[in-house]
Design a protein around this ligand. Sequence first.
Ligand code: MG
Length: 387
Amino acid sequence: MPVNVAPSSTNAFAAVIVAAGNGSRMGGGQAKQFRLIGGVPVVRWSINALLGHKDIKELVVVGPAGNLSELQALSPIDDRLKVVAGGPTRTMSVRNGLQALSKNAAKVLIHDAARPGLSIEVIDELLLAIAHADAAAPALPLDDAVKEIGAAGGLRTVDRGRLVRVQTPQAFKIKSLTAALAGAGDDLVDDLAAIEASGGKVILTRGRNELMKLTREEDMPMVARMLAPQEMRVGSGFDVHAFETGDHVTLCGVVIPHSHGLKGHSDADVAWHALTDAILGALALGDIGDHFPPSDPQWKGAASVHFLKHAVEAARNRGFAIANCDLTILCELPKIKPHREALRTSTSAALGLDIDRVSVKATTTERLGFLGRAEGIAAEAVVLLKG
Ligand code: MG
């Protein structure tokens, strides 16, 4: 993001949230803007998104005239925020909101509170587009076949290629919108309709499914699922194996010739043992020894890819995928660097994870301690799982 590329006045935008409706198509008694999604009132999602944007310098929330105190109570204390009463129609509420803006505002975003899934990206795209038009709005194509029902009940297929679904926020140059609204009625479907009627230039930006409008009762759980934060889990693993007589070590499934081998019940792949423990750790499923006891003869000489894949499978079964992993191998010898890309490649293949999400690093301990005396190899791993 560029900083200080323009004086702040040209980057300053205002926003109006229309939250004055009574949500007549929705059950539950309470107006939808006050219902909870993820424990947060619907209108507060949009307030947070708009106040969270660095270029929004003032925000007016237009509430139901009879229930302003509830809206005030759930609004954050912020110098940029003002709560005002709406009118009997959406368009009249928008007029009230525009009147409450300071004279400094030249551009405004107008948003329906019933669309809680507003993201910074959507706001960014609108703020860029409005520099080149009278209005800008997010729009989505229609993916279903579209039919018009005739007066006699017959169907006619409509060319959906020419149709879009338009969402909010809609961005406007305030001068263009005020002029367009002066000649418009008081019951517009949205504010863009006024610009359309006045012949102003409109740019459509990319709409989002998450921006869907809460209209019916069944929309509540659907939007709640879309807005639920993704669960993240972090795990760490550590392992050490001592050298013994031999002619190679196995690290990340790769055989590396060496003057010694690594002692262990399985193939002693210290790197993948640490990685397996990190995944199990993120899942709080104990450690590799719990899952593959050294006392069990079936794991004697086993390839550690088996342990690693078991941990990946355990994550998958619980709805988690690996976001990335970072593996550090600590030893004096053998030199790891010449093999590093091979270790990344084999780990990427075993995890089924893009190679740019797999990091393998190596370090020595500056000849200190048991690792410095080249008595063995240690490895540590960190993984992030996403739900
Ligand atoms: Mg081990």
